[in-house]
Design a binder for this molecule. Structure first.
Ligand SMILES: [Zn+2]
Length: 409
């Protein structure tokens, strides 16, 4: 990963940031080939008659599409229910109290930005153990989830936003399949539950995949679609993706120009000549950057967030099995040098903390540090709005503490 030279402060900080980025990137995208499939031992529930009668085409976000086949979901119970989202969890899976509402905010943000209609019925998300995700998604790969042509989606981890973006488009678009490169790109830009690594593949190769985008092209798809969002706005970009069900690699250039105006080759040319500011991750659109209230500074030099409230607290995102995240808004009005540290009132396990500046390139300006190893010191922070995320590995690790940000005089 490339880091901007002026932030090349500490090998420890950069290494931690890289590890975090790498760890997040596998959340949904990295298949482990030949993962063993075990059929679930508990009894399956079946679809209702109406659902079962639908010819269900399975659309995997992470692998090639499989043949349409009817299937059954395992038995679940509803653990979150709102106007936009209904989460069905397998026995034993319990979300943290703020998880569903956090995903709601992502969906609201996506709908607001893209001008899509509010849904009349909530999206259904099934949260299942690994092997059941594989069974329902009909794959032997160790995937994070998939979505179905009936606009249900399936996940093995919460929060899950990427599949919900697919499902939202699926619902609005009437169940038609869309051009994979653009569809995946859009889900990556707005499904910001994972941090993406730098694109490494050639755009001209990646853009030819209208179906079954290979995983190694995902980052390129997200990066390019983010560029389209910047250039043409969310509404026009989402409108294009929604209408791509009959676009083919051969017709792409003419369909693109008809929708956007400029030719595809001229847009690619300006994309490749570097009008995009981010060379790597940092192209995601995050609801938190728009609507998270900043936690006020307690003095000119000190900012404190109380963390470790536990999975039952309304601000906690994740599941009891972990990881459990809490997010805070940090407004910095004046550039300076800052230290980030936990209060040292106990020997409790301390959270991993990372900072992300909204509207900037994440690879150039994100820091993560395991505070067990000490402080995150000497950060030269620019003015802006930051999301500070505290992560405990599981409920068992949670202990109330504070994360403190100090401006050096
Ligand atoms: Zn996807």
């Amino acid at each position: 990963m490339a880091y901007h030279p002026r932030y090349r402060l500490s090998a420890v900080v950069l290494k931690a940031a890289e590890e975090l980025a790498a760890a997040r990137a596998v959340v949904e995208l990295l298949p482990l080939p030949f993962a063993q499939v075990r059929r679930p031992t508990r009894a399956f529930g079946v679809f209702s008659g109406a659902r079962a009668s639908v010819a269900m085409q399975l659309v995997l976000c992470c692998t090639a599409c499989t043949e349409p086949e009817s299937f059954a979901f395992p038995s679940t119970r509803v653990v979150y229910d709102s106007e936009l989202l209904r989460i069905h969890a397998a026995p034993g899976l319990e979300p943290c109290a703020g998880t569903g509402s956090s995903m709601d905010r992502t969906l609201e943000f996506f709908a607001r930005e893209s001008g899509l209609p509010v849904l009349e019925e909530p999206l259904d998300l099934y949260w299942l153990p690994d092997e059941e995700v594989q069974a329902v998604c009909q794959t032997e790969m160790d995937i994070g989830g998939c979505f179905l042509s009936t606009s249900e989606s399936v996940t093995k981890d919460l929060p899950e936003e990427h599949e919900l973006i697919h499902a939202y488009l699926q619902r609005v678009g009437g169940g038609t399949s869309r051009y994979a490169f653009f569809d995946e790109g859009l889900a990556l830009v707005y499904g910001s539950d994972s941090m993406q690594l730098a694109p490494t593949t050639d755009l001209q190769d990646a853009i030819l995949f209208s179906r079954g985008l290979p995983l190694h092209h995902y980052a390129r798809a997200g990066h390019f679609v983010a560029f389209l969002v910047d250039e043409f706005g969310p509404e026009q970009t989402v409108g294009f993706v929604l209408d791509t069900y009959d676009v083919t690699p051969n017709s792409l250039a003419s369909d693109f120009a008809r929708h956007f105006g400029p030719s595809l080759s001229s847009v690619i040319s300006s994309y490749e000549t570097g009008t995009t500011s981010c060379t790597s991750a940092g192209w995601q659109r995050r609801a938190d950057c728009e609507d998270l209230e900043p936690t006020p500074w307690s003095s000119e030099f000190s900012w404190t967030a109380e963390v470790g409230a536990g999975c039952s607290a309304i601000g906690s995102i994740g599941s009891f099995d972990g990881p459990i995240r809490e997010r805070f808004g940090l407004q910095i009005d004046e550039a300076g040098v800052f230290d980030v540290r936990p209060e040292r009132s106990s020997d409790a396990r301390r959270p991993t903390v990372d900072l992300l500046r909204c509207g900037s390139c994440e690879d150039e300006f994100s820091f993560a540090h395991d505070l067990d190893d000490g402080w995150l010191v000497g950060l030269p922070l620019e003015p802006g709005f930051y999301i500070v995320t505290s992560t405990f590995e599981s409920e068992a690790d949670v202990e109330a503490t504070e994360v403190n940000v100090r401006r050096r005089p």
